[in-house]
Write a protein that binds this ligand. Structure first.
Ligand code: WT7
Length: 653
């Protein structure tokens, strides 16, 4: 088997075999020293423009524009331009969860036809350029068709994760005043049929949504009693094949994706067309070193930015083949993923540390028989990857021969920002690495001064800001300004605030995690405030505080402390979890719920979450003097200890 890495000292570097096939080497960092020139060259080379831009980059903070005045169509760049040379090449491989259902393979030509048709379905229902279309679909091929069809006519898609609740979908529909919703009757998860339509129906009730198009995933067709709901396939049969792509300005919004911040309401992160396209294309190409017959499998759901950029758009913009899998990683058995890699010759595999830790826990005897020799590059994303998980991934999945590309980025950034490249390296456990060519990051102190040495500081980005970066928060200028720019503006710095901490080690960047009240639970971004708001809405809850605790598999999990209005009438934990499932979705479900008499508070009434964290981590709580009610800390400590002693809780990672 080809070895793509070599060990020198305590780190890994690309081997000769990797260097031979690498699309870029370390010269790329020199070539990118003038980011404007660099990105302009890539934009010219990598995309088809209907009109060339007048200005490569314009910065009027907090906003900036890439390829101003340029025009292009996103779906044209993903599809039409590949037809001539790659029309018969597989664009998409879909692996359904049920093992008796055959995988689907669509060529570029087939995908193109479906997208054209569906764009005509959208047109038929009155969707025009600039309209928002909500998409609430599982990871099935129609999701790609729906998303690309939007981009063909300039509609802005807003994908909502299918495991999110009806309420979560509704609030996102309302925020964007979406005119149309595309959903499915359901999907398969661990061998069970999951109903999606029920949630979708509830969500659209009394909203701006005029039509709902339903993909019949579980049944052969969908029969509706109301004119509002339409069967996806029947709609496809009702329209023609010709669909002219609408020319869009580079700065026109391509999609909105909601993500959690420090306040209760999720933010609609807006991504533009031209900048995002260039960024998605080249980060995908170089991170995964996509060669002609390669297959990229990014396991992320399309509900997340990783799914948008690396399961769908990045591979297509490169005329590559992408694989998606509908179901659970361990269904019907723990080796489902590895079987898929072998069967479909996956060359680049991209997943989250949480998944790796889950497999690690399950043992690795079964892995011996899966050689996975098609693999070349392994990627990691979504949360810090600890040493054990890194080593396991490297040895057991990569068989010690594939580089691990640990990619740090965010919903806001559109594509990866800090990671090493396969042909460059080095590959060091827990270290994300370097700024992607053409981008610049700094680790600074609270005044914005560059930190020296191994001190932890704030991770910021300096302009020209990466072309994949967000272009605002939908309908909320203030939130955009406050969240990403205001703090540094006060210190007269033009920095994008990542809200992550980091330090530099041997010239490489190591991420230490969020510096705000945002948790990463199994790679999902959960806002403390949003979860607290949801719990506070529960009828018997008077007030609550949520703090994260380390978890062996999920990285961290939320723990809720609640004060009740009356007496606990039993099984509050179960009822509250269900309530959170309904308000947000199971991803935000607190792992533990403690009913307490009082929460530690300062004189001004501020809840001291830090003290709760101390208690959970079995640390001496600091700053008790500042509390109005220091007595409650003892009570809480007893409660927590009780649970730990019963073996219900894991403490440190
Ligand atoms: C937050 C963003 C990246 C797309 C999917 C998640 C954390 C992400 C890493 C990494 C350490 C990471 C950060 C970031 N994060 N990747 N490789 N190492 N931390 O996007 O849901 O917007 O979350 O995820 O804390 O701010 P997201």
């Amino acid at each position: 088997m080809v070895k793509y890495v070599v060990k020198k000292g305590d780190r890994y570097w690309p081997s000769k075999a990797m260097k031979d096939i690498a699309l870029v080497d370390k010269k790329i960092y020199k070539e990118s020293q003038d980011p404007r020139k660099f990105w302009a060259k890539l934009a010219r080379r990598g995309l088809v423009w209907n009109k060339k831009w007048d200005k490569v980059y314009e910065e009027k903070l907090p906003y900036f524009k890439w390829f101003k005045g340029g025009e292009l169509n996103f779906s044209y760049n993903c599809l039409d331009r590949n037809l001539f040379k790659k029309g018969n090449k597989t664009a998409l491989i879909f692996v359904p969860e049920p093992i008796d259902e055959k995988p689907i393979k669509w060529t570029y030509h087939e995908l193109y036809q479906k997208v054209c048709k569906f764009s005509n379905v959208l047109r038929k229902h009155g969707i025009v350029k600039g309209d928002i279309v909500s998409i609430y679909l599982p990871l099935i091929p129609e999701a790609l068709v729906a998303m690309l069809a939007c981009t063909r006519i300039g509609a802005i898609h807003s994908v909502v994760f299918s495991a999110f609740s009806s309420d979560a979908l509704k609030s996102r529909i309302q925020d964007g005043k979406a005119k149309l919703l595309i959903t499915a009757d359901g999907y398969y998860r661990r061998g069970e049929k999951v109903d999606l339509l029920k949630k979708a129906k509830k969500a659209v009730y009394r909203t701006s949504v005029k039509k709902v198009i339903v993909v019949p995933r579980l049944r052969k067709s969908f029969r509706s009693l109301s004119f509002k709901f339409k069967d996806f396939n029947k709609e496809m049969d009702s329209v023609g094949l010709m669909s002219e792509p609408v020319s869009m300005k580079s700065e026109d919004p391509l999609f909105i994706l909601y993500t959690s911040g420090t306040t209760g309401k999720p933010k609609g992160v807006v991504h533009d067309t031209g900048g995002y396209a260039v960024y998605a294309k080249y980060t995908c190409l170089w991170n995964f070193n996509l060669l002609e017959n390669d297959v990229l499998w990014c396991t992320a759901d399309i509900g997340w930015i990783t799914g948008h950029t690396y399961a769908f758009y990045g591979p297509l913009l490169n005329g590559s083949t992408t694989l998606i899998y509908e179901g659970s990683p361990d269904f019907p058995k723990i080796d489902r993923w590895w079987k898929i890699i072998e069967k479909h010759n996956v060359s680049a595999f991209y997943t989250a540390p949480t998944a790796i830790r889950m497999f690690m826990k399950a043992g690795d005897k079964y892995l011996k028989k899966h050689r996975m020799k098609s693999l070349k590059v392994l990627g990691s994303v979504g949360e810090p990857i600890d040493k054990d998980a890194w080593n396991w991934y490297f040895k057991k999945i990569g068989k010690g021969r594939c580089p691990i590309i640990d990619t740090w980025w965010q919903t806001e950034t559109g594509g990866t920002l800090i990671n090493v490249l396969p042909g460059v390296g080095p590959f060091v456990p827990t270290v994300a690495g370097k700024s992607f060519p053409g981008t610049k990051h700094l680790v600074v102190d609270d005044k914005g001064k560059i930190k020296k040495g191994k001190d932890i500081g704030f991770l910021v980005q300096e302009g020209p800001f990466a072309p994949g970066m967000l272009h605002g928060v939908y309908n909320d200028h203030k939130k955009y300004l406050d969240t990403y720019w205001r703090y540094w503006k006060k210190h007269k710095k033009k920095y994008y605030d990542s809200s992550d901490g980091a330090f530099i080690t041997n010239g490489l960047i190591r991420i230490t995690g969020r510096t705000d009240d945002v948790m990463k639970v199994a790679g999902h971004r959960i806002s403390t405030a949003e979860l607290e708001d949801a719990i506070n809405e529960y009828k018997t809850v008077n007030e609550c505080a949520v703090v994260p605790i380390a978890d062996k598999i999920k990285g961290e999990v939320p723990v809720a402390f609640v004060v009740l209005k009356g007496r606990d009438i039993g099984n509050l934990e179960g009822r509250l979890k269900k309530h959170v499932d309904n308000k947000i979705g199971p991803t935000a479900r607190p792992s533990f719920v403690y009913v307490v008499k009082d929460l530690p508070k300062t004189r001004s009434g501020k809840i001291m979450r830090r003290i709760l964290k101390n208690v959970l981590n079995n640390e001496e709580p600091k700053g008790l003097m500042t509390l109005v009610n220091p007595d409650c800390v003892g009570e809480i400590t007893e409660l927590v200890k009780g649970k730990v002693n019963k073996g219900k809780m894991v403490r440190k990672r």
